[in-house]
Design a protein. Structure first.
Length: 490
């Protein structure tokens, strides 16, 4: 997993490292990595020599990074122009280096620009961009290069204007994000939350991490971790010569109803895609489930389902007394449970609080933002990481807060973010598939946070796979799980 660090931790690490280095060394390391990435991008657009680069330079160290990188590019034959947002407060040494290399200062952007380097605001910035910078950020889409294509925008460390520790991005009066939209962000030494979570992650573009020697100086716990494919491969349960259907785990599915049979079919499909050896269904959609999935053992009630290693409960269950009774039966079972959709609604009035408090087995809840608001009495807000952790601590449950960048929080304060999300999943029923897969992973023995991270990651990949064929339905996502999971199956 990739660690992601808060601003305070990065600042402390930088201070420790800089104390061991000659003055200016760290900035020059960062600038060298930045210039290298810019040169590669320019090479893809017709070559480095003769290209035109515009530096947008603020007052902080990010402006210095941009100026030093500009100097390195100028020495390679790039025509580098620097637009200083506050001329009297630009980084003096970086400005001198740029001038010595042949770069020039301009009052307005050139007519032709191949690449724009965003050095307006760094990790110390707060509150979005000021008016002049916001206007510049909004105008970047109009810059074109020698090939006629839009200029490539590269952000220095983070896109200017984002809230670095939360990924929040303020909106302008016209509803635009008050931040730079980058094609590439070159991050120095450590990933920051804004690069992986919240609206800011969509503005960062492709993120490249440049090693500047910071890692040994980062102390304490990361703000969160990003799941990687290598983690999924490591965690996925493996079959052995002695494996059989019961040893692989049995998952119970208490979803759907006569009114909403599709929720049952989709959640069972997700469960069957997982690593367990058997699925037991309990609910009012038995006929539909068996028609679609004849391998499932189906009963009408949780009490009659038999032994399982985990339960999934909620999708399409309803919110009447019969549904509440099924939820109580699931919560009484001494096994991990996934609570989704209607099960979350049934928790809101607090009548099942004793069932939650008295459980020793893990609980995973999977709210989207509106469900989170009903559970907490407030919206997740700008800081989705803290929101997920707050609900996890309150419920003593692992929280999978769904969204484009799904955040997973644990009761003991650990947080994870899923990098594979896609807006294609914003359609009815996809969450049912996710819940089914998650329950299967729990039944196979994965720890709650690993099961949640794995399910979100693979569900996101399935959404991307399904989107290749056009508009996506939940059935498309369920079908796409098979090719996505194929590399994990021995």
């Amino acid at each position: 997993m990739k660690p992601v660090w808060r601003v305070a931790d990065v600042r402390a690490a930088e201070a420790g490292l800089m104390a061991t280095l000659p003055p200016g060394t760290l900035m020059k390391r960062a600038a060298a990595g930045l210039a290298r990435r810019c040169a590669l991008l320019l090479a893809d657009r017709g070559g480095v020599y003769g290209a035109r680069v515009l530096l947008l330079v603020g007052t902080g160290d990010n402006g210095g990074d941009a100026l030093y990188a500009g100097a390195l590019l100028a020495r390679r034959g790039v025509a580098v122009s620097a637009l200083l947002l506050t001329p009297g407060r630009a980084h003096a040494e970086g400005l001198a280096a740029l001038r010595a290399a042949g770069g020039r200062l301009v009052d307005r952007p050139p007519a032709r620009v191949d690449l724009v380097l965003d050095g307006i605001v760094g990790i110390g910035g707060t509150g979005g961009l000021r008016e002049t910078a916001e206007q510049l950020a909004a105008s970047l889409v109009r810059y074109c290069g020698r090939d006629g294509a839009r200029a490539t925008v590269v952000a220095v460390d983070v896109p200017s204007g984002v809230a670095v520790d939360t990924g929040h991005v303020p909106l302008t009066a016209s509803g635009r994000h008050s931040a730079v939209r980058a094609d590439v962000t070159v991050a120095f030494g450590a990933l920051k939350p804004a690069l992986v979570v919240g609206p800011a992650a969509a503005l960062a573009g492709q993120v490249e991490l440049v090693d500047i020697g910071l890692e040994p100086w980062l102390r304490g716990s990361p703000a969160l971790r990003v799941t990687e494919w290598s983690d999924i491969v490591e965690w996925w349960p493996r079959l052995g010569p002695a494996s059989e259907k019961y040893s692989r785990g049995v998952v119970g599915v208490a979803t759907g109803s006569a009114t909403y049979p599709g929720a049952a079919v989709l959640s069972v499909h997700g469960a069957l895609a997982g690593p367990t050896g058997m699925v037991r269904y309990a609910g009012g959609a038995r006929a539909e489930v068996l028609h679609q999935h004849p391998s499932v053992i189906a009963t009408g009630r949780v009490a009659d389902a038999g032994r399982v290693q985990a339960w999934i409960c909620g999708s399409g269950l309803g919110t009447g007394e019969d549904a509440a009774g099924e939820l109580r039966a699931v919560l009484s079972a001494p096994v991990p449970v996934v609570l989704d959709a209607d099960a979350l609604t049934l928790l809101v009035d607090g009548s099942l609080a004793d069932r939650l408090r008295n459980r020793d087995a893990p609980i995973v809840v999977t709210p989207h933002d509106r469900e989170f608001t009903r559970l907490c009495g407030e919206e997740p807000g700008a800081d989705r990481i803290s929101a997920a952790l707050r609900l996890a601590a309150w419920m003593n449950a692992t929280v999978l807060l769904k969204g484009d960048r799904t955040v997973i929080g644990t009761p003991d304060g650990r947080a994870y973010v899923n990098p594979t999300g896609t807006s294609a999943l914003a359609t009815g029923g996809t969450g049912d598939v996710l819940a089914g897969l998650l329950g299967s992973l729990l039944a196979a023995g994965l720890a709650p946070e690993r099961a949640a991270a794995t399910a979100a990651y693979l569900h996101g990949l399935a959404g991307r796979e399904a989107a290749r064929g056009g508009p996506v339905t939940a059935s498309d996502v369920a079908a796409a799980l098979r090719p996505v999971l194929a590399p994990l199956v021995d």
